[in-house]
Structure formats: C-alpha cells, structure tokens
Design a protein around this ligand. Structure first.
Ligand code: UDP
Length: 353
C-alpha cells in the first residue's frame, strides 16, 4: 500500500474543463489507485469536484494556461497564487506520504523539487511549451532520472529529454461509456475551444461536405469562437456546451465520427479514447498523440496535418470503418486496470530508488 499525494493542475478547478484532459486523468488515476487499496489525497484549486473522491481544496488565484502564451514568456505567478499555496500545503504534509505526484505543467513545481524531502513524480501533460519550462525540466530530470511521466512518444519527442520519459499512455473508465452501433448523420468535434485545437479546420471541412457537426467543450477563447462563427456563417454546426462525462458519452455515441484537428502536437487526446469507447471512429491529423492512437483504416483515418481536403476525403469514407473494432480497441488498450498497472510499476520504482 502506497501513500500518495496528488497535486492537480492550477489553471482551473477539477470539473471546470479549464484544465483539459488532465482533469480526467486525475479522476481516473485516483479512482484506480484507491480501488487498489492505496491511500491517496488529492489537492486542487477551490471549487474542484471529483466523482466519489474527496478533494483538499486550496484557495488562491489561478495560473494562466501556458499554451496561451509565447515560447519566451517570463515565469509568472499572480498575487495569492493557488499553485504556490498548493505547494506550500504539500511542503507541510509531505512527510505523511511516500510520493507526491505533480499534474501541473508549470515552472514552480519543477523548481521546488530539490527543496522537498519526499520524492516527486511529474506527470507532464503537454508537449514543449516555453523556453523557461524546458530549461527547468531538463535540470530536474538530470538530477532525478525516471521521475517524468508522459502520455506518448510523440509528446516526449518535443523535449530535449525525450529518452528520459516514462511513457504511460492514458485510460478511461470503460464502464461509463456505452457502445452505440446506430449513429445519426452528425459528426462530432470535442475539446477546449482554443486556437491550438484548430476547430476552424473541422468547420471548414463540414462546410464543404454539408455534414452536420456537433461541437462539445469549454469555450476557452471567446474571440476565437466568434471569429469561427463569422468566417463560416452557413456551416452546419451546432454548439452543444460543455457536458459531464455521462452526458457526453451519450451524445458522442450518436455521432458518425470524431474530428480531431489539433494544430499543436497533442500530448495524447483523451477525447480520442472516449470516442473509441462509444464505438465512434476518429478522423485525425497524422501528428502527435492521435497518430499513436488511431489505427488507420481500422478505427479511423489519419490524414495529412492541416489539410481540410484530407478531412473531407476521410469524411466521405467513414462508413468503411467498423464501429465494433473501435470499442474493441478501447477495451484492449485503454482500460483503467492497464493504466493502474503502469503507474503502480512506475511509482514503486521511484520509491524503491
Ligand atoms: N470534455 C468534457 N466535456 C465536454 C468536452 C470535453 O468533459 O463537453 C473533456 C473530455 O472528456 C477530455 C477533455 O475535456 O477529458 C479534453 O482533453 P484532451 O486530452 O482531449 O485535450 P486537452 O484539453 O488536454 O488539450
């Protein structure tokens, strides 16, 4: 039995959608570790909510999401920073735990690592973002080899320390996602509505094919969203809001395919495995996490990055994909049990060193 302290992302409360896929990772990993009998405390910004898991809420101002900033941005903390407050709490309780796990993609937890007595595992949730964070991460990994976990090889490859990362993939609670064999005509687009996700490419594609597109997710950048609506006034799109997992899987299962059009190197793309679990094939740019998930021609189509024409061609042949194979892939590769095994092995290795 391990005693573990989780320190969540500091860009938003858990359940808000502001933290993106890492919110689901915290929920799923916490749930699986508790099921295995480990002792766990989750520390997160005030207002956080996890299903069936208590959260230690910390007050303070949120961090600005790093992906909205330039590569050479300075290290920045707001007054009364929630990130600083969370790590202050961690410093006080660290001796009750075998291991601390950092989920924040931020300079501060890396910088603080040598000042802590308890080992810190860092779950890195994005690819390389800023010069300052790359530098501090590179310093920490030299001093504490083995302490960085990432989702995929494509993500690791964005960093100077690619060979020094534990590849952990991701998972979902498959029991929450129902297989749907009888989709309606609509396609789905799912995620934070922000420039790095390039929703405009998906909208441009359905503007050509005339296929209805349902859009799910948090509008993180309102100006960006309004610009898309202005650029494609007649596109057959319908914004559905930010849904809970239960609502989302129901609506998603009815869609013919999921379009994934990220402009950046997506670290993983939790939405991909959520779609597969519902039996929904994926059309994704051949880049980053989705290119390691989608089995081209079997569970979806990988198309040339940034090519709207490529998306259109894939939409036109989506019915060649067997939805059962999608659910099967989710079951064989993305179960919580498999994720729990990988993390337990990693954590035990860190503690025994
Ligand atoms: N999501 C959600 N409700 C929605 C749309 C999205 O809960 O209506 C969640 C989705 O389940 C996924 C996350 O938002 O866990 C997006 O994560 P992903 O890894 O795809 O991308 P990120 O935001 O981390 O870049």
């Amino acid at each position: 039995m391990l005693k573990i302290l989780f320190l969540s992302t500091s860009v938003g409360s858990l359940g808000s959608g502001q933290g993106g896929g890492v919110e689901l990772t915290v929920q799923n990993l916490a749930q699986e570790l508790l099921r295995r009998g480990h002792k766990l405390e989750v520390v997160a910004p005030e207002g956080s909510f996890l299903t069936n898991i208590r959260v230690t809420a910390i007050a303070g101002n949120l961090q600005i999401p790093v992906q909205t900033q330039s590569r050479d941005v300075s290290i920045c903390l707001p007054d009364n920073s929630v990130l600083a407050n969370m790590w202050d709490y961690a410093r006080k309780v660290q001796h009750k735990y075998d291991l601390l796990v950092n989920f924040a993609f931020d300079w501060l937890p890396f910088y603080l690592t040598p000042f802590f007595d308890t080992t810190i595992a860092h779950l890195i949730s994005m690819g390389s973002m800023t010069v300052a964070s790359d530098r501090i991460m590179n310093q920490v990994i030299q001093q504490y080899p083995g302490t960085f976990g990432v989702y995929t090889q494509s993500q690791a490859d964005t960093f100077p320390f690619a060979d020094n990362c534990e590849i952990l993939s991701s998972a979902i609670d498959l029991s929450l996602y129902q297989y749907n064999d009888t989709p309606e005509a609509s396609l789905a687009w799912l995620g934070r509505i922000a420039p790095e996700k390039a929703l405009e490419d998906a909208v441009a594609a359905v503007n050509i094919t005339g296929t209805p597109l349902k859009i799910f997710g948090k509008i993180q950048d309102q100006d960006y969203w309004e610009q898309i609506c202005r650029d494609f006034p007649d596109a057959p799109i319908e914004y559905q809001g930010f849904l809970t997992t239960v609502e989302l899987q129901q609506a998603l299962g009815k869609c013919r395919a999921l379009l994934m059009t990220p402009r950046w190197i997506e670290a993983f793309g939790n939405v991909a495995i959520e779609a597969l679990a519902c039996g929904v094939p994926i059309i994704a740019y051949h880049r980053g996490g989705p290119s390691e998930i989608v089995k081209h021609g079997k569970t979806g189509w990988l198309v040339e990055p940034d090519s709207v024409t490529g998306l259109v061609e894939a939409i036109n042949k989506i019915d060649r994909i067997n939805r059962q194979l999608c659910r099967q892939q989710a079951e064989s590769e993305y179960s919580l049990a498999a994720l729990g095994d990988r993390f337990e092995t990693w954590f035990n290795k860190l503690i025994n060193n």
